[in-house]
Write a protein of this length. Structure first.
Length: 552
């Protein structure tokens, strides 16, 4: 899969149409330099890679080919008049046909070229909307557009559900105007589409089970335990040069007033005072950081990203709640809560990436660096853990073992330890292993061992019998590489539980594992289920369970 990107190097925030692309000849005359696009390899399972597959699906449904919609980027970039026609036009009576897995919508519009069409990518559109849009950027296979107005609303659209004053401007949420059960259905369809795209052999041979309903989140707002607001400072300036604080918030999206030609010193993001999907203490931390930033922005020489991370400590049983919740400046600095089991917690907001924070999950305490990865929705995490644990037992009369690859700070190793005789957590990061060992000790887990493993020999130190061992995979978004999948196949465990934050790479990996590794054809896909870690957004996480056919 290739995408085409502009070859010319530009200064940040410059419109590529405004760059002087000429050079002087020996006689002093300027000779125009043609702009060219070059191909760049991209991961098929990245948002851009998936978008190109979704565009292909749309074209097939409407009996169109690539040639019917492709844009001549060389001609567009090198003809100012043509560029203006393409990138600054309003199109009315546009019917939206589909949603992308990234939460945007797709439509087909007339092209500037006679008898040709274009695919338009429109944020905040919904299927069956009829809208007016403004095209502002062209790509080889599609154009980006902003939603100006809605002439006819989709039956899916319910603006009374919107719970945030920034929705429609902020890039953080896509689905606040959609009923929550419909959001879950959309995410199930995302999973179905991912396996259609990246596991076509398994689909065509009917080797996949029916996708299970997406598990809802107990909290649909105020669930997110980490936010990273940011700000920009224009080139060749510092904070001292600005007449007022720059916007501190999230990337803006969806309105033409935020195109590059309209950007002010605040940059490309929207200023936010609160985030309704963030937890209460995260929002309090945001308020506190904004107060500090409003006086200290003059100290910055360039833009920066702030970290807001929830930290949870368990209090003594006899602690009286409600005391000492404000700092010396009278600002709320911590929130105390009592759980249904009478456990008392105090929550604070941490802003330093290297600071060690705690989370309290299912009765377990976890420590990790604030800037490191940890799941961001604690309300659904116990449900996911219980689901994973329920898929681990292999036998009632023999010892069961667990290998947790990509174990991180030990979340699944520790929470699943009571279901097996022995756990081995493996990571290539020595820092993560140190935290995993610390967390096992803190939770009094005696049957877990954590080791630093090399990527090329991740299973070399595993000494458990493979026919009595389950393996948990929880890789980063890019998924697993072929080297790892071949090692997994050679180890040949009895069961594999694959947890993924990118269902597209998960589908690709499972297809490749079953069809291309030495022992892959010994497995069948037992179940696939989505979990809604991020309500109001397009994101969905999935758990796929693979078992040996002989155990079927």
């Amino acid at each position: 899969m290739v995408a085409e990107v502009l070859e010319d190097k530009k200064r940040p925030n410059e419109d590529p149409c405004d760059v002087d692309n000429s050079k002087r000849t020996r006689r002093g005359k300027r000779k125009p330099r043609l702009r060219r696009y070059k191909n760049k390899d991209i991961d098929e399972t990245s948002p851009l890679g998936v978008l190109q597959l979704e565009i292909k699906d749309l074209l097939e449904k409407h009996d169109l080919t690539k040639e019917d919609v492709v844009n001549d980027m060389s001609a567009i970039l090198n003809d100012p008049e043509l560029l203006e026609q393409y990138n600054n036009r309003i199109v009315s009576d546009v019917k939206v046909f589909a949603l992308t897995s990234n939460g945007d919508s797709l439509a087909i519009i007339p092209s500037v070229e006679p008898e040709k069409k274009q695919v338009a990518l429109i944020p905040f559109g919904l299927p069956d909307d009829v809208v007016t849009i403004k095209v502002h950027k062209s790509h080889p296979m599609y154009v980006e557009a902003d939603l100006l107005s809605i002439e006819k609303s989709s039956a899916m659209r319910n603006n009374e559900l919107i719970n945030c004053r920034y929705f429609g401007k902020c890039s953080g949420c896509q689905f606040q105007n959609i009923d929550y059960q419909q959001q879950l259905a959309i995410k199930k369809q995302t999973i179905i589409n991912a396996y259609d795209h990246f596991a076509p052999k398994l689909v065509s041979h009917k080797l996949l089970p029916e996708i299970l309903p997406t598990q809802e989140s107990p909290l649909t707002y105020n669930y997110r335990t980490k936010l990273t607001p940011h700000f920009y400072i224009p080139n060749k300036k510092t904070g001292k040069d600005l007449p007022c604080p720059p916007n501190l918030g999230i990337a803006s999206k969806g309105r033409p007033t935020w195109r590059k030609s309209d950007f002010g010193p605040e940059g490309t993001n929207i200023d936010i005072e609160e985030c309704n999907i963030g937890t209460k203490i995260i929002n309090q931390g945001l308020a506190n950081e904004r107060r500090r930033f409003n006086t200290e922005y003059v100290k910055y020489s360039k833009g920066a990203t702030f970290l807001l991370r929830e930290d949870t400590k368990v209090l003594q049983e006899d602690t009286v709640l409600g005391e000492g919740s404000v700092d010396e400046n009278g600002q709320v600095s911590k929130i105390e809560v009592e759980l249904e089991d009478n456990t008392k917690l105090v929550k604070t907001c941490v802003t330093k990436t290297r600071q060690i924070v705690q989370e309290y999950i299912n009765g377990y305490i976890f420590e990790f660096s604030a800037g490191e990865f940890f799941q961001n929705n604690n309300s659904i995490l116990p449900i996911v853990i219980d689901y994973v644990r329920s898929n681990l037992p292999l036998s009632e009369d023999q010892p069961n073992y667990l290998v947790d690859a990509y174990c991180g700070s030990g979340l699944f190793s520790i929470t699943c330890s009571s279901n097996v005789s022995k756990v081995i957590g493996v990571e290539i990061s020595a820092d993560s292993i140190r935290f995993a060992k610390r967390n096992a000790e803190k939770n009094n887990i005696k049957n877990a061992n954590f080791i630093v493993g090399k990527a090329e020999e991740i299973f070399a130190s595993i000494d458990t019998p493979n026919n009595q061992t389950s393996v948990i995979l929880d890789p980063p978004r890019k998924g697993c590489d072929d080297v790892f999948l071949n090692q997994l196949s050679d180890y040949n465990p009895a069961k594999i539980v694959y947890i993924s934050c990118n269902v597209h790479s998960q589908a690709r990996d499972i297809e490749w594992f079953i069809n291309n590794t030495a022992n892959g054809n010994q497995y069948y896909v037992e179940s696939i289920k989505g979990f809604d870690f991020f309500p109001q957004t397009h994101h969905v996480e999935t758990v796929a369970v693979l078992s040996l056919k002989e155990r079927k």
